[in-house]
Design a protein around this ligand. Structure first.
Ligand SMILES: N[C@@H](CCC(=O)N[C@@H](CS)C(=O)NCC(=O)O)C(=O)O
Length: 204
Protein backbone atom coordinates (compact mmCIF):
# COMPACT_ATOMS: atom_id res chain seq x y z
CA UNK A 1 0.00 0.00 0.00
CA UNK A 2 1.02 3.58 -0.43
CA UNK A 3 -0.08 6.41 1.85
CA UNK A 4 -0.22 9.90 0.39
CA UNK A 5 0.76 11.94 3.37
CA UNK A 6 1.64 15.50 4.35
CA UNK A 7 3.82 16.11 7.40
CA UNK A 8 1.88 17.70 10.32
CA UNK A 9 -1.46 17.10 8.61
CA UNK A 10 -4.37 14.83 9.52
CA UNK A 11 -2.85 12.04 7.44
CA UNK A 12 -0.48 11.34 10.36
CA UNK A 13 -3.50 9.65 11.99
CA UNK A 14 -3.66 7.12 9.14
CA UNK A 15 0.09 6.65 9.33
CA UNK A 16 -0.29 5.78 13.04
CA UNK A 17 -2.95 3.18 12.20
CA UNK A 18 -0.70 1.60 9.54
CA UNK A 19 2.11 1.49 12.12
CA UNK A 20 -0.22 -0.03 14.74
CA UNK A 21 -1.17 -2.73 12.23
CA UNK A 22 2.46 -3.32 11.25
CA UNK A 23 1.65 -3.85 7.57
CA UNK A 24 4.32 -2.78 5.04
CA UNK A 25 3.48 0.43 3.18
CA UNK A 26 5.21 3.15 1.22
CA UNK A 27 4.93 6.83 1.87
CA UNK A 28 4.34 9.42 -0.85
CA UNK A 29 4.89 12.87 0.62
CA UNK A 30 2.63 15.67 -0.61
CA UNK A 31 3.91 19.18 0.10
CA UNK A 32 0.79 21.19 0.97
CA UNK A 33 2.84 24.36 1.48
CA UNK A 34 3.76 24.50 -2.21
CA UNK A 35 0.32 23.41 -3.39
CA UNK A 36 1.42 19.97 -4.61
CA UNK A 37 -2.08 18.71 -3.73
CA UNK A 38 -3.45 20.80 -6.61
CA UNK A 39 -0.95 19.53 -9.17
CA UNK A 40 -2.08 17.15 -11.90
CA UNK A 41 0.07 14.27 -10.62
CA UNK A 42 -1.69 14.25 -7.24
CA UNK A 43 -5.15 15.09 -8.63
CA UNK A 44 -4.82 11.90 -10.68
CA UNK A 45 -4.63 10.06 -7.32
CA UNK A 46 -7.26 12.08 -5.45
CA UNK A 47 -9.24 14.54 -7.58
CA UNK A 48 -10.39 16.21 -4.33
CA UNK A 49 -6.80 17.36 -3.74
CA UNK A 50 -6.62 16.22 -0.13
CA UNK A 51 -4.54 13.92 2.01
CA UNK A 52 -4.86 11.28 3.32
CA UNK A 53 -5.31 9.03 0.30
CA UNK A 54 -4.45 5.35 0.41
CA UNK A 55 -3.46 3.38 -2.68
CA UNK A 56 -4.32 -0.20 -1.89
CA UNK A 57 -2.81 -3.44 -3.13
CA UNK A 58 -5.65 -3.91 -5.65
CA UNK A 59 -4.69 -0.60 -7.29
CA UNK A 60 -7.70 1.36 -6.04
CA UNK A 61 -7.45 4.56 -4.01
CA UNK A 62 -9.48 5.21 -0.88
CA UNK A 63 -9.91 8.77 0.43
CA UNK A 64 -11.51 10.46 3.47
CA UNK A 65 -10.03 9.89 6.90
CA UNK A 66 -12.93 7.99 8.41
CA UNK A 67 -13.35 5.68 5.39
CA UNK A 68 -9.65 4.81 5.31
CA UNK A 69 -9.49 4.31 9.09
CA UNK A 70 -12.52 2.02 9.14
CA UNK A 71 -11.37 0.08 6.07
CA UNK A 72 -8.03 -0.55 7.81
CA UNK A 73 -9.79 -1.62 11.01
CA UNK A 74 -12.05 -4.07 9.15
CA UNK A 75 -9.29 -5.37 6.89
CA UNK A 76 -6.84 -6.01 9.73
CA UNK A 77 -9.08 -7.08 12.62
CA UNK A 78 -6.14 -8.58 14.52
CA UNK A 79 -4.91 -5.01 15.18
CA UNK A 80 -8.12 -4.35 17.18
CA UNK A 81 -8.55 -0.80 15.95
CA UNK A 82 -12.34 -1.06 16.37
CA UNK A 83 -14.23 -3.07 18.99
CA UNK A 84 -16.08 -6.09 17.57
CA UNK A 85 -19.21 -5.62 19.67
CA UNK A 86 -21.66 -3.41 17.68
CA UNK A 87 -22.54 -0.94 20.44
CA UNK A 88 -18.90 -0.37 21.43
CA UNK A 89 -17.93 -0.06 17.73
CA UNK A 90 -20.70 2.50 17.15
CA UNK A 91 -19.40 4.58 20.09
CA UNK A 92 -15.89 4.61 18.60
CA UNK A 93 -17.27 5.61 15.17
CA UNK A 94 -19.36 8.32 16.87
CA UNK A 95 -16.17 9.77 18.41
CA UNK A 96 -14.22 9.40 15.13
CA UNK A 97 -16.88 11.26 13.16
CA UNK A 98 -17.13 14.04 15.76
CA UNK A 99 -13.36 14.57 15.88
CA UNK A 100 -12.88 14.66 12.09
CA UNK A 101 -16.23 16.09 10.97
CA UNK A 102 -16.66 18.72 13.68
CA UNK A 103 -13.47 19.42 15.65
CA UNK A 104 -11.21 19.31 12.57
CA UNK A 105 -13.43 20.41 9.69
CA UNK A 106 -15.61 22.97 11.48
CA UNK A 107 -13.20 23.94 14.25
CA UNK A 108 -9.58 23.97 13.13
CA UNK A 109 -10.32 24.71 9.48
CA UNK A 110 -12.40 27.82 10.27
CA UNK A 111 -10.12 28.94 13.11
CA UNK A 112 -6.90 28.72 11.16
CA UNK A 113 -7.94 29.12 7.53
CA UNK A 114 -10.85 31.61 7.52
CA UNK A 115 -9.36 33.21 4.40
CA UNK A 116 -10.38 30.12 2.44
CA UNK A 117 -14.02 31.10 2.89
CA UNK A 118 -14.31 34.90 3.10
CA UNK A 119 -12.08 37.79 2.05
CA UNK A 120 -13.16 40.65 4.35
CA UNK A 121 -10.96 40.74 7.41
CA UNK A 122 -13.89 41.40 9.81
CA UNK A 123 -15.67 38.35 8.42
CA UNK A 124 -12.48 36.31 8.77
CA UNK A 125 -12.25 37.32 12.44
CA UNK A 126 -15.84 36.21 13.01
CA UNK A 127 -15.18 32.86 11.35
CA UNK A 128 -11.95 32.44 13.29
CA UNK A 129 -13.76 33.08 16.60
CA UNK A 130 -16.48 30.61 15.65
CA UNK A 131 -13.88 27.97 14.69
CA UNK A 132 -12.01 28.44 17.96
CA UNK A 133 -15.25 28.01 19.92
CA UNK A 134 -16.22 24.83 18.03
CA UNK A 135 -12.73 23.48 18.51
CA UNK A 136 -12.36 24.16 22.21
CA UNK A 137 -15.93 23.08 23.07
CA UNK A 138 -15.41 19.98 20.93
CA UNK A 139 -12.17 19.05 22.66
CA UNK A 140 -13.83 19.53 26.07
CA UNK A 141 -16.62 17.24 24.94
CA UNK A 142 -14.16 14.55 23.79
CA UNK A 143 -12.28 14.87 27.07
CA UNK A 144 -15.54 14.17 28.94
CA UNK A 145 -16.22 11.10 26.81
CA UNK A 146 -12.71 9.86 27.55
CA UNK A 147 -13.46 10.13 31.26
CA UNK A 148 -11.01 8.07 33.29
CA UNK A 149 -10.23 5.72 30.39
CA UNK A 150 -6.86 5.75 28.65
CA UNK A 151 -8.32 5.44 25.15
CA UNK A 152 -11.61 6.35 23.50
CA UNK A 153 -12.24 2.66 22.85
CA UNK A 154 -11.47 1.79 26.47
CA UNK A 155 -8.79 -0.84 26.41
CA UNK A 156 -6.52 0.03 23.49
CA UNK A 157 -6.07 2.81 20.92
CA UNK A 158 -8.67 2.77 18.17
CA UNK A 159 -9.41 4.60 14.92
CA UNK A 160 -10.86 7.45 17.03
CA UNK A 161 -7.70 7.74 19.14
CA UNK A 162 -5.61 8.18 15.97
CA UNK A 163 -7.89 11.09 14.99
CA UNK A 164 -7.76 12.53 18.50
CA UNK A 165 -3.97 12.44 18.34
CA UNK A 166 -3.76 14.69 15.29
CA UNK A 167 -6.22 17.30 16.58
CA UNK A 168 -4.50 17.41 19.98
CA UNK A 169 -1.12 17.77 18.24
CA UNK A 170 -2.49 20.80 16.38
CA UNK A 171 -3.86 22.28 19.61
CA UNK A 172 -0.39 21.89 21.14
CA UNK A 173 1.29 23.40 18.08
CA UNK A 174 -0.98 26.46 18.41
CA UNK A 175 -0.37 26.68 22.18
CA UNK A 176 -4.02 26.15 22.97
CA UNK A 177 -5.07 25.09 26.44
CA UNK A 178 -6.03 21.44 26.40
CA UNK A 179 -8.19 19.76 29.04
CA UNK A 180 -5.90 17.91 31.50
CA UNK A 181 -7.14 14.51 30.33
CA UNK A 182 -6.31 15.30 26.71
CA UNK A 183 -2.83 16.47 27.69
CA UNK A 184 -2.32 13.12 29.40
CA UNK A 185 -3.78 11.32 26.36
CA UNK A 186 -1.36 13.16 24.06
CA UNK A 187 1.64 12.23 26.26
CA UNK A 188 0.47 8.60 26.32
CA UNK A 189 0.21 8.53 22.55
CA UNK A 190 3.69 10.05 22.19
CA UNK A 191 5.11 7.05 24.03
CA UNK A 192 3.64 4.47 21.67
CA UNK A 193 6.16 2.97 19.25
CA UNK A 194 3.66 3.37 16.39
CA UNK A 195 3.36 7.11 17.07
CA UNK A 196 7.11 7.54 17.49
CA UNK A 197 7.66 5.89 14.10
CA UNK A 198 4.86 7.89 12.46
CA UNK A 199 5.93 11.31 13.68
CA UNK A 200 9.67 10.82 13.36
CA UNK A 201 9.24 10.22 9.71
CA UNK A 202 6.61 12.91 9.19
CA UNK A 203 8.27 15.73 11.11
CA UNK A 204 11.63 15.38 9.38
N1 LIG B 1 -12.59 15.26 4.54
C1 LIG B 1 -11.18 14.96 4.29
C2 LIG B 1 -10.38 16.17 4.68
C3 LIG B 1 -8.92 15.98 4.57
C4 LIG B 1 -8.19 17.29 4.69
O1 LIG B 1 -8.78 18.35 4.96
N2 LIG B 1 -6.89 17.22 4.45
C5 LIG B 1 -6.06 18.41 4.49
C6 LIG B 1 -4.81 18.16 5.36
S1 LIG B 1 -5.26 17.93 7.07
C7 LIG B 1 -5.60 18.74 3.09
O2 LIG B 1 -5.25 17.84 2.34
N3 LIG B 1 -5.60 20.02 2.76
C8 LIG B 1 -5.11 20.49 1.50
C9 LIG B 1 -6.00 21.51 0.89
O3 LIG B 1 -7.13 21.71 1.37
O4 LIG B 1 -5.57 22.14 -0.07
C10 LIG B 1 -10.78 13.75 5.09
O5 LIG B 1 -11.42 13.49 6.11
O6 LIG B 1 -9.84 13.05 4.72
Amino acid sequence: MQLFHAPRSCSVGIRILLEEIGVPYQLALVDLSTGQQREQAFLAVNPKGKVPALLRDDGTVLTEFQAIALWLAWSFPEAELLPREPDAAARVIEALEFIVGTVHMRGFVLAFMPGKFVSLSAAQEELRAHGLKVMSEGLRHVSKSLGEAQWLSGSRPSVADAALFYVTSWAKAFNMDLPVKLNAFFDRMLKRPSVIRAINASFN
